[in-house]
Design a protein around this ligand. Structure first.
Ligand SMILES: Cc1ncc(COP(=O)(O)O)c(C=O)c1O
Length: 380
């Protein structure tokens, strides 16, 4: 019997503890019981975000928190810089343009990480830039950006830094306070092992001050209102009660394992997977590979056929390329509840699929490569 086996960078598999929590009876959101759950959730989110700042829980997919950041922190015609190196940099660009911000789009090569020197040059050229929008893991290219260095540059110039960590949170290293990141947005359906439906936004004191000056209209996603409720471990409107209760379980799992250990493990899995994919004839698309997802260049193989056969023959869902990368790459996630054993299973199936498409593959070679790379790294 085939069962769903998701290796996609969102949604990703649910933790069993999450599934169990989701099956519980609903409780009312205006009760001491729910406030106490929310209090635990707020504390757990601070740990995963590595911040002492408030982390607001919103009812939306990740894009909702991205839009909330734009709408609440800036004003019409403000000049901002957006790093555009993939589909999700484009999403920041589109949101900012739709709010009539004065958008400086910094187009970088897909699969590369933005250069700090170029960032400094751009900020020198446009000295009136108020905020920089960027991404921790650009999921479409499986690329991690150097947020620590970006934050340093922004701090020196007192520019607000807003980071989309929707896919990177929990697997790519992110030290919000230590690095001085003002705003981090995330979503529930990736590293947090939950279904889609919740988004999150952390706000530094500088970001909270920016809420006071924004002149855009907001109602549902009014972050000032959300902050007031947050202070009482409450939400302005009906909370997504069941998802919040399940989130408490996911956050406990992460805390119990330790975020540093998880960062290290996902990074090892990513490294081992890249080596294994090369033995199957794939190229590695990213020059700054993320610990959350890996993109294998298919070269002469047919990406859509690989994805289709992975699903039809093995019940395994992997992702393809988006926008200009459609047909050129396959993407395999290693985030949230996905572990090394899942990646091994996926590789075993991929070997068969690639072979069935006419490639001469030595059966077991990619698995051995993965095992050796992952286990050697693990025993060091
Ligand atoms: C980096 C990144 N940003 C934004 C999004 C959009 O999030 P959502 O689909 O939850 O609105 C995604 C989802 O894949 C993502 O990976």
């Amino acid at each position: 019997m085939k069962h769903p086996f998701l290796m996609t960078p969102g949604p990703s598999p649910l933790a069993p503890e999450v599934k169990q929590a989701l099956s519980k009876d609903i409780i009312h959101h205006r009760t001491a019981e729910f406030r106490s759950i929310l209090k635990e959730v707020h504390s757990g989110l601070k740990y995963v975000f590595q911040t002492q700042n408030p982390v607001l829980v919103l009812s939306s997919s990740g894009t909702g928190a991205m839009e909330a950041a734009v709408a609440n922190l800036l004003s019409r015609n403000d000049k901002i810089l957006v790093v555009v190196g993939g589909k999700f940099g484009q999403r920041w660009q589109e949101i900012c343009q739709s709010y009539s911000l004065n958008v400086v789009s910094w187009e970088i090569e897909w699969g590369s990480s933005p250069s700090v020197i170029e960032l400094e040059n751009l900020l020198d050229k446009h000295s009136d830039i108020k905020a920089v929008f960027t991404t921790l893991c650009e999921t479409s290219t499986a690329t991690v950006y150097d947020i620590e260095a970006t934050a340093k540059v922004c701090r020196q110039r007192d520019i607000l830094l807003i980071v989309d960590a929707i896919s990177g949170l929990g697997s790519d290293v992110l030290k919000t306070d230590e690095w001085g990141v003002d705003v981090v947005v995330a979503g529930s359906q990736k590293g947090l092992m939950l279904p889609p439906g919740l988004s999150f936004i952390s706000l530094s004191p500088k970001a909270q001050a920016a809420l006071e000056t924004s002149n855009f209209p907001h109602y549902y996603f009014d972050l000032k209102k959300a902050l007031k409720s947050y202070a009482k471990d409450d939400t302005p409107y009906t909370a997504s009660v069941s998802l919040v209760i399940a989130l408490r379980e996911a956050l406990k799992l992460i805390k119990n394992e330790g975020i540093e250990k998880r960062w290290e493990d996902f990074s090892r899995i990513g490294e081992a997977l890249r080596r294994a994919l090369e033995t199957l004839g794939f190229g590695i698309f990213s020059r700054s590979p993320s610990a959350s997802v890996t993109a294998g260049e298919v070269k002469s193989m047919d990406a859509s056929l690989i994805i289709k056969k992975m699903a039809s023959d093995f019940g395994i869902t992997i992702a393809g390329g988006q926008a200009e990368l459609k047909g050129k790459i396959i993407r395999i996630a290693h985030m949230g509840y996905i572990n090394a054993s899942d990646v091994l299973t996926c590789l075993a199936a991929l070997e068969e699929v690639v072979q069935s498409l006419g490639k001469n593959i030595e059966r077991g070679k990619s698995l051995k490569t993965f095992q050796e790379a992952y286990c050697v790294q693990n025993s060091n």
